[in-house]
Ligand binder design. Structure first.
Ligand code: FEO
Length: 169
C-alpha cells in the first residue's frame, strides 16, 4: 500500500480516539450540569468514536500494515454554557470530515480503490455526524433557552441507545 495512505490511516486511529476523549469530556461537563440526557448522548458518541478507531485499526491489520498507537491529546476546550460543547462538537466533526476527505484524496491519487471503498462508509457517516451536530445546535437555540424546553430536549437525548457500527470488517 502507498506509504502516505498507510500513514494517514494510522493517524486516523489517533484522531478518532481523540474524538472519543473530547466527547467524554463533553459528557462529563453535562453531567456536572445535571443534564443527564446530553451526557448520555455524548457518552454514546464517545463509544462510536472508539468504534471508528477500531475500524481503522482492523482495516490496517487486515492489510498487513504496521499499526503504531500514539499518545492521545488532552481535551482542552473550556465550556461555559450549554451551547459551547455543541458548537465545539460541530466544528470538530467538520474537521474530521476534512481528515477523511484528505485520506480519500490520497487513496484516489494512489489508485487505492480498496481504501476508497473502505472510506465510503466514513464519508456517509460524516454527513450524518455533521447533520446531527448542527441539529443539536439549532434545536437548542429554538427550544433550549426555556427551562421546560431544555428539560424536554434532555429527556429526548436520555433515550439515545448505543448501536454497533453498520460497517463490519
Ligand atoms: Fe469518527 Fe465523529 O467521526
Amino acid at each position: 500500500m502507498n506509504e502516505q495512505v498507510a500513514k494517514l490511516l494510522n493517524e486516523q486511529i489517533n484522531k478518532e480516539l481523540y474524538s472519543a476523549y473530547l466527547y467524554l469530556d463533553i459528557a462529563n461537563y453535562y453531567d456536572e450540569l445535571d443534564l443527564d440526557g446530553y451526557a448520555n448522548y455524548y457518552m454514546i458518541q464517545a463509544q462510536e468514536e472508539r468504534d471508528h478507531a477500531l475500524l481503522f485499526m482492523k482495516y490496517m491489520q487486515i492489510n498487513n500494515l504496521k499499526v503504531t498507537l500514539e499518545a492521545i491529546g488532552k481535551p482542552d476546550k473550556v465550556f461555559s454554557s450549554v451551547l459551547d460543547p455543541l458548537e465545539v462538537a460541530a466544528e470538530h466533526e467538520r474537521y474530521v470530515t476534512a481528515l477523511i476527505n484528505n485520506i480519500y484524496h490520497e487513496a484516489h491519487q494512489a489508485r487505492d480503490y480498496r481504501t476508497m471503498k473502505f472510506l465510503d462508509w466514513f464519508v456517509d457517516e460524516q454527513m450524518e455526524e455533521e447533520e446531527n451536530a448542527d441539529s443539536m445546535i439549532s434545536r437548542y437555540k429554538l427550544f433550549g433557552q426555556d427551562p421546560k424546553g431544555l428539560y424536554l430536549l434532555d429527556q429526548e437525548y436520555a433515550a439515545r441507545v448505543y448501536a454497533a457500527p453498520s460497517l463490519v470488517l
